[in-house]
Write a protein that binds this ligand. Structure first.
Ligand code: FEO
Ligand code: CA
Ligand code: CA
Length: 675
């Protein structure tokens, strides 16, 4: 999400406080390694930076892509780039720009009739809440295409389920004249209903006709809306835990809705995990003292949309008041925020299945999730970033092995959650957040003895693994994780197994609190980090890492072992990398959510060849948007790209109201996108 757009006061230091005050800043080791640099950025304004240096044999890049030899700086020159298109320039146009020979058109915009009575979209904002519950939601984000025949072992590229997140809303576009607040501070019930319904997830059955045009299969039983009000189950260790008890669910087994769904991850068994990112802002807790489960996540005294003030006082909206107003937790919604911050599993092929909140994957500002390739009989491994300034990157390793014939979401209910520490020497370690780990318990007990973790009082050990998971950020502080520059999407290279993550930017990092993995203070433009797990085994507890590319203006140079590996120019300058996805042919797609000022202009999507670090701008979005969410059909011949929060009248010049939409990109000759 573009936090600057979501929160008008984003740059006000008092408005969105940095909530990680844990002090996990490994200064000493940074200093010790300043003379040993691997990935170095130079050539751009203010860039006097360091990277990391590993010992011999610790190179990330030098460990080969399976089947592709062992590319080195020398041999890279002999690899042909996987990118076969001519880069497009930056753009200020209020339209999508794609390379010559490609076409792009908007598809399934906000308000598209989807379920039930298929209510028509009215371009004056006058659709009701009930209409919105049956229409595609707003602010499209993470998206995946499930071939319609996936469950039968098929790989259709002409029919499937397009599943996407709707991260947040633009009240000015959603309603005829923006949000209404009555004199007493309350809000109209139907406006609140519509806002809740514009959030969540859409499952859209789509099909391509004989001449290649895609359309929604109206009347399909697969078409579905999951919203901020849909009932769902709590699964994993936090199910039944006292800190999730609410008036709605006194046994702490269910909750309502998923919110602020940013990126996602398709699971190896054909379901969809939607991330809950900036969910904290939907709740208001006006109590003089807030619990650590709220404080560490930024839940404050006021909510973003005042849903808790819906005039009719319905329970489904009152729940956004997270103050302790009743006699006990089962009389109020003091714990409602503790039922958010999870990855939510939705089975697109089973419209009757309730969404499942998978608590074993931790509770934080999940940007998304990315699964490592599964191997029969081995644990399931997935990675997830916590997108807030100075937050962390996590990895989950299932307790039970994967077996294709029986795999399902229950694999995500038992396992170990780890958090990453990026050492300054180019190595890294996964720190278990587990009461079964002696090292973690020792650190926790030390924190109890100190009485605090950073600014947060901590006077008793976690009572259970559920307590650890509900307080994932605090547990990661205790473990000694490396605070990152806002981890956004991750991607795993299907050829090499290397894991890539975007670190979008960090305006608050000061020059003296950098670490080798986040070497810029401040970091206005972001970078992409990558690592290789020890032995190429994703369940390993150790890894080696480096920086793939520093974002920035023309001339920004990424230097590895003294050799320049990327120098950005007009064909690929970019900032604030966010969306990241490996397509089925091993191309890495990079999407941006930066300022739309020169030299970057409108947000964009670039393609990279991970072997050569050839990077080219492929796509530029319309004015004011963020480009977020990308997937192709299995044959890589149809690409779906989401455009979030456009300004003005995109995509329809005749409608004076912006509509988030998916863009379908095809090659005019029917070829592979990007090739
Ligand atoms: Fe929703 Fe971190 O972007
Ligand atoms: Ca994002
Ligand atoms: Ca972002």
């Amino acid at each position: 999400m573009a936090k600057k757009d979501l929160d008008p006061n984003y740059n006000d230091p008092n408005y969105e406080p940095v909530v990680n005050e844990s002090g996990n800043l490994p200064f000493a080791s940074v200093l010790a390694n300043r003379m040993e640099r691997r990935a170095l950025m130079k050539g751009s304004v203010g860039a006097v930076l360091l990277g990391v240096m590993g010992g011999a044999g610790l190179s990330v890049a030098g460990e080969g892509h399976r089947g592709n030899g062992h590319p080195s700086n020398h041999s890279r020159a002999h690899l042909n780039s996987r990118l076969g298109f001519a880069a497009v320039g930056v753009s200020t146009l209020n339209q999508v720009v794609v390379p010559e020979g490609y076409s792009a058109r908007a598809f399934v915009p906000w308000g598209t009739p989807l379920t039930g009575t298929l209510p028509e979209f009215f371009d004056d904002g006058s659709n009701s809440g009930a209409d919105q519950e049956q229409q595609v939601g707003m602010h499209h984000d993470g998206v995946h295409f499930f071939p319609i025949d996936l469950k039968n072992g098929g790989n259709s590229s002409s029919e499937g389920l397009l599943v996407m997140n709707h991260e947040y809303i633009n009240q000015n576009a959603l309603h005829p004249a923006g949000a209404t607040t009555f004199a007493d501070g309350s809000r109209p019930d139907d406006e609140v209903r519509k806002e809740v319904a514009a959030h969540g997830v859409s499952v859209i059955h789509i099909r391509q006709d004989a001449v290649g045009n895609w359309s929604v299969v109206h009347g399909s039983a697969y078409n579905r809306r999951v919203t901020g009000g849909t009932e769902m189950d709590i699964r994993g260790p936090a199910r039944g835990f006292g800190k999730l008890v609410t008036r709605f669910s006194p046994d702490a087994t269910t909750t309502r809705g998923t919110l602020n769904n940013c990126a996602m991850g398709p699971t190896p068994w054909g379901t969809y995990l939607a991330a809950e990112e900036n969910w904290h802002g939907y709740f208001a807790n006006g109590d003089p003292v807030r619990p650590k489960e709220h404080v560490r996540h930024g839940v404050g005294s006021a909510s973003r949309y005042d849903w808790e003030k819906a005039a009719g006082g319905a329970d489904e909206y009152v729940r956004f008041n997270a103050s302790a107003s009743g006699a006990s937790a089962s009389d109020d919604y003091r714990n409602e925020p503790n039922t958010f911050g999870f990855m939510v599993e939705i089975d697109p092929f089973n419209p009757a299945a309730r969404p499942q909140k998978r608590t074993a994957l931790g509770r934080f500002g999940h940007e998304g999730v990315i699964f490592a390739p599964v191997e029969e009989g081995k644990p399931v491994v997935c990675y997830s970033g916590d997108d807030s300034r100075f937050e962390y990157i996590y990895k989950f390793v299932s307790a039970k092995p994967y077996h294709a014939a029986t795999a399902d979401g229950s694999l995500l209910d038992e396992g170990t959650l780890y958090v990453a520490r990026f050492n300054d020497d180019g190595t890294g370690v996964w720190l278990p957040l587990s009461l079964d780990d002696d090292g973690f318990v020792a650190k926790m007990n030390a924190a109890v003895a100190a009485g605090r973790v950073g600014d947060i009082a901590f006077d008793a050990p976690f009572s259970s693994q559920a307590d650890v998971l509900v307080n994932t950020r605090l547990a990661a502080d205790i473990a000694g994780a490396t605070p990152m520059d806002r981890p956004e999407w991750g991607a795993v290279d299907p050829a090499s197994g290397k894991v890539y993550f975007t670190l979008t930017n960090n305006s608050r990092r000061s020059p003296d609190d950098t670490n080798a993995a986040n070497p810029q203070g401040p970091n206005p433009n972001g970078h992409i980090i990558y690592w290789r797990e020890q032995g190429n085994k994703h369940a390993s507890s150790r890894f080696v890492w480096d920086i793939f590319v520093f974002a920035g203006e023309s001339g920004t140079e990424t230097v590895v072992d003294g050799k320049s590996v990327v120098t950005l120019d007009d064909s690929n300058l970019f900032n604030s990398p966010d969306g990241l996805w490996f397509d089925y042919n091993g191309r890495l797609w990079i999407q941006t959510d930066g300022s739309d000022a020169p030299p970057y202009q409108n947000n964009m999507m670039l393609a990279a060849d991970p072997r050569t670090r050839d990077i080219r701008r492929f796509f530029v979005g319309p004015v004011g948007c963020e480009v977020t969410g990308v997937v192709t059909t299995p044959d890589c011949r149809t690409m779906f790209v989401n455009i979030q929060h456009p300004r003005g009248n995109w995509p329809d010049v005749n409608v004076d109201r912006p509509r988030d939409a998916t863009v379908i990109v095809t090659r005019d000759d029917g070829g592979v996108i990007g090739g």
